[in-house]
Design a protein around this ligand. Structure first.
Ligand SMILES: [Zn+2]
Length: 318
């Protein structure tokens, strides 16, 4: 029997329920939606979570599509999914947890008697730390971003190669390989011996079907690659960046990009132009380094100093 919150699944069955994490402002209890798919055969445990940033809905789209497709009869091991981590942020479509104005993915492994975000992190980390493999589904918030997988444990970590391999198995095509900030699930979990990555499924307002499908394919690649399901995975070389150059604008106006997401850019090449309302060119910004056009703001209007785009640098293939 695998029990997570109110979900109880004996071998060969599926159950869904709620993982209790406290009370809302009106005093009613609230819990995170959890699904347990317990395979007929024993094996490893995969933990998948989505929407730890409350405006990142593509991961929920992935969970929604994988859970109905997982047959316990065909599964070896257990898949546990928490569909919405940032409960309060999700209710109001905000990135951070509005109860304590905190990004939950900076609070792992959490604290059971801590702040709102720390309690949610602790409740979900309790599941994660019993798993073998963790996928923390994110996206580039509401900015436009390519689909990629982040390896956050850092190059000197004993599980670095394993996390890199997990990112390749997931197989979005792009990998960002840089030690993450303190409190990230994908940075913390490897310290407890769990192979973990943070797939970043594009960037959208609402749902992006193409990124969701890439996420579904990625989860099934992991299920096959790690022996949960029969079948092989054809892993493909991934384009990896180890750093970002972030570009802001020196002037106010309207941005026009010269590149599509995923384009290779060379140092000195124009990334974007800023024009005034009547079309007069005010500034043209060039890339400082070679790299891959990775992320871009959604709205064209910018003020002096405002973020415009990111280029992944130190790029190789592995
Ligand atoms: Zn996120």
């Amino acid at each position: 029997m695998t029990t997570v919150g109110t979900a109880n699944a004996p071998p060969g069955s599926v159950d869904t329920g709620r993982l209790d994490v406290g009370e809302t402002r009106d005093g009613s209890t609230f819990g995170l939606p959890v699904a347990v798919i317990n395979g007929a055969e024993s094996g490893k445990t995969l933990y998948v979570q989505a929407a730890s940033d409350g405006d990142e809905l593509n991961g929920i789209g992935v969970v929604q599509r994988i859970v109905p497709r997982l047959s316990p009869a065909e599964l070896s091991g257990t898949v546990i999914a928490v569909g919405i981590v940032n409960y309060h942020g999700f209710q109001v479509a905000e990135h951070r947890n509005p109860i304590d104005d905190t990004k939950i993915n900076r609070t792992y492994p959490g604290a059971a008697n801590g702040t709102s975000s720390e309690r949610i992190a602790a409740a979900t980390y309790e599941i994660a730390e019993d798993a073998d493999v963790v996928l923390d589904l994110h996206q580039g918030s509401t900015s436009r971003m390519l689909d990629e997988v982040r390896v956050r444990c850092g190059r000197r970590h004993r599980l670095y190669d394993d996390c890199l391999e997990l990112a390749k198995t997931f197989g979005c095509g792009h990998v960002f390989d840089q030690k993450g900030p303190d409190g990230q699930l994908a940075r913390v979990a490897p310290d407890d011996g769990i192979v973990a990555v943070d797939p970043e499924l594009g960037g959208a307002v609402g749902w992006d079907e193409r990124s969701i499908q890439n996420g579904v394919d990625g989860v099934f690649n992991v299920l096959r690659g790690y022996g949960f399901l029969d079948g092989d995975v054809d892993t493909e070389p991934q384009t990896r960046a180890k750093n970002f150059d972030q570009y802001g604008t020196p002037v106010g106006g309207l941005v026009r990009f010269e590149h599509e997401l995923g384009d290779r850019v060379s140092a000195g090449e124009t990334l974007f132009e800023v024009t005034d309302v009547f079309g007069t060119l005010k500034s043209r910004i060039a890339a400082d380094n070679d790299g891959v056009f990775w992320r871009a703001r959604r709205l064209p209007q910018v003020a002096t100093g405002e973020y415009v785009c990111s280029v992944g640098t130190n790029v190789d293939t592995y």
